[in-house]
Structure formats: structure tokens, C-alpha cells
Design a protein around this ligand. Structure first.
Ligand SMILES: Nc1ncnc2c1ncn2[C@@H]1O[C@H](COP(=O)(O)OP(=O)(O)O)[C@@H](O)[C@H]1O
Ligand SMILES: [Mg+2]
Length: 257
């Protein structure tokens, strides 16, 4: 079982969209996937078609349960199956994490502990919040790999150093297994010179870790999430579907060779 965090502390770079479509793409390629919404905004939860306001329990309730040594909740109480992908949803109540779990010892290890109860999956994909805080630490400590989506805009590389420093810190102190598994460009328009320049800069900076597949800007990708389905279920012939499937094939090549 490989645990992969999709992380970039910038908002709006396609973390959530990628977490969703990578998960459904891997499922399409025959893999068993668990998808975790770890951002209190709950965009992924909505994106896969779950009503986040109506949720009785979320991944956060499970973390709290374990933090206080209770065993009142199980994974089955929270998990929702969506078109063959198991999802652990969340909602805005998770934003109380620092307030409610701030003083709990081992609060950075809660997700890792929970994932010890999980079996039978090939991949666990975690959609991280746009921040480098306790929730993100939980995700990174539970993961073997970080994948970084980068939007090819003018400030794309800003913040990357800070992100690398955080990953280094986790690697040195808390999870020596953790690696940057790959970096991919999102919302690319090949006609825009700047986008191609940023991709070249990323290749220079990340070398081999840069995925060859670029995710092009494609309105179908946004539409799919707004209808609560993946790009494969919404527009299977779109560029969005082609790109995410290409990325998933590249992921399997890297992770399974
Ligand atoms: N390939 C794409 N083409 C067009 N729009 C996209 C694409 N990928 C993501 N988006 C849109 O960009 C916005 C930000 O994406 P999102 O996944 O929510 O980013 P993040 O999770 O990093 O904040 C959303 O409205 C999403 O639908
Ligand atoms: Mg998001």
C-alpha cells in the first residue's frame, strides 16, 4: 500500500482536482484506491458528489476519537464508496483541529495510526490543505510520497523552497521514508509562452522528478467536479481525461517498477 500526499501550500493549483482524478484514473487502471479529503474546505468531498453539510462523521471525527483514546468510531462509519473508489470525507469542522487537538501528545501521528487499520488498497491518496500546518504534517508523516502540482503561472516557483524545507524537516525528524515522488504542471496552455518557460524552469529545478505529462487547462475538468464526478465519468474523451490518464500511467511506471 502506497500512501501519497498531493501537496502545495498555494491554493488553486489543482491539488483537489488532481487528487480526485488521479484516484479515479488509478481505479480505471485496475488499482484499489482510498481517497482522503484532508482539507477542512471539503472541496474534494463535494467534488466526488458527497454532501459535506450532511455528514455525521468525518475523517476528523475519527482522528479526535483516536486522539482521546476512544474507539467509538471505525473507518466503516465514515467511508463512502463513490464509483469504486473509497472516500474518507471531511467538512469545515476539521478547521478546529489546532484548537481541539493542540495539546494532544502525538497529534501529528493520528493519520498514520489510523492508516494502520486500513488494508487491501494499492494506493491511498491524500488531498492536503493549502498550508504547512498540523494537518499537513499528519499527511506527510503518514505518506511515503509527496506529489506536487504546480500551476504554470508567473509566481509558480515562489513558495517551492519553503515547501521543500518543510518536506526536508519531516524527512529528518519524523518520517525518513518520505520522498518527493513527482511534480507535475497543471492548467497548462501550450500557446502561452510563459507556461512553457515555467515548465522548463521546473524541469531544471526538479530534474527526473518532473513528470512528462502536463495537465492542460480544460473546462471539462472543472465541470466534472461541479457535477460531483471524475473527468473519466464526465467527459472520457476530453483532454482532461487523456492528461490525467497519462499521468496515472506514468505514476504506475514510477511506483511499480
Ligand atoms: N486542468 C484544469 N483545467 C481547468 N480548470 C482546472 C483544471 N484543474 C483545476 N481547475 C480548476 O482550478 C480551480 C482550483 O483547483 P483546485 O483543485 O480546487 O485547487 P487546490 O485544491 O490546489 O486549491 C478549480 O476551480 C478547478 O476546477
Ligand atoms: Mg483543494
Amino acid at each position: 500500500m502506497k500512501v501519497i500526499s498531493i501537496l502545495n501550500q498555494k491554493g488553486g493549483v489543482a491539488k483537489t482536482t488532481s487528487a480526485q482524478n488521479i484516484s479515479f484514473g488509478l481505479k480505471k487502471l485496475g488499482k484499489k484506491v482510498l481517497l482522503i479529503d484532508f482539507d477542512p474546505q471539503g472541496n474534494l468531498t463535494s467534488g466526488v458528489g458527497i454532501d459535506k453539510r450532511g455528514l455525521e462523521n468525518t475523517i476528523y471525527d475519527l482522528m479526535k476519537d483516536r486522539a482521546f483514546g476512544l474507539q467509538n468510531l471505525g473507518l466503516d462509519d465514515i467511508m463512502v464508496n463513490k464509483e469504486g473508489v473509497d472516500v474518507l470525507p471531511t467538512n469545515i469542522r476539521m478547521s478546529k483541529v489546532n484548537l481541539e487537538l493542540g495539546g494532544v501528545p502525538g497529534r501529528e501521528n493520528l493519520l498514520k495510526e489510523i492508516l494502520k487499520e486500513v488494508y487491501g488498497y494499492d494506493y491511498v491518496i491524500i488531498d492536503c490543505p493549502p498550508s504547512l500546518d498540523n494537518l499537513t504534517f499528519n499527511a506527510l508523516i503518514a505518506s511515503q510520497k509527496v506529489y506536487i502540482p504546480v500551476q504554470t503561472e508567473f509566481y509558480a516557483l515562489e513558495g517551492i523552497v519553503e515547501l521543500m524545507d518543510t518536506i526536508d524537516l519531516i524527512t529528518q525528524r519524523m518520517n525518513e521514508e518520505l520522498e518527493i515522488g513527482g511534480v507535475f504542471a497543471t492548467m497548462v496552455d501550450g500557446r502561452i509562452k510563459l507556461h512553457n518557460e515555467v515548465i522548463e524552469q521546473l524541469k531544471e529545478f526538479f530534474g527526473e522528478r518532473m513528470f512528462n505529462t502536463k495537465i492542460r487547462r480544460n473546462v471539462k475538468v472543472t465541470e466534472a467536479s461541479s457535477y460531483g464526478v471524475s473527468i473519466f465519468d464526465y467527459a472520457s474523451r476530453s483532454n482532461g481525461a487523456k492528461d490525467y490518464l497519462g499521468l496515472c500511467k506514468e505514476i504506475l511506471k514510477r511506483e511499480e517498477s
